[in-house]
Design a protein around this ligand. Sequence first.
Ligand code: HEC
Length: 154
Amino acid sequence: MRALLLFSSAALIAAPFTPKKPEPAKPLTAAQKADFSKVIQPMFDAHCISCHGPKKEKGKLRLDTLEATLKGGKNPTFVIGKPDSSMLLSRVFLERTAGDVMPPKAEKPMSEKQKEALYAFVEGQPISDELAKAALADTKAALTAAKAAPKAKK
Ligand code: HEC
């Protein structure tokens, strides 16, 4: 009896650890893909790809294409429809004083409209024309500002 107990507890300890299955990602709709290329990719191009693109892959993350964005880096970025568990969203929405905020503190922050559009996209909601326009205007302004005052290369 004692031997049996010992045996079964050893079996318990040795049981292989099975990680939780990741959420199966639903394919994006044509409208979601269109929103991504029209509104989200330009804001990533302006604010993120200097560190998450072909030149640098900080956190093993690239944000220069939809596929790369969905693939994620060291950690998953987001699952459409689950904004609350998105690591990417949580880092973008951190206070600007937080050490983990993205883009990092020293960089030009994303505007409220840009963040709102990104949130809607991750939520799986269509980005309204009005919001798209406002977010794109802010993206454009960020690009213009970056050109006017090029930062020293790090
Ligand atoms: C100046 C460089 C820089 C810019 C610009 C930048 N990041 Fe980062 N990012 C980093 C570094 C360095 C890391 C890795 C260390 C860490 O996780 O904080 C990182 C990590 C991340 C991670 C975690 C990756 C993982 O899988 O663990 C996410 C998500 C992220 N960045 C999103 C963004 C987004 C979105 C933008 C644009 C809005 C952005 N970053 C802009 C430097 C940058």
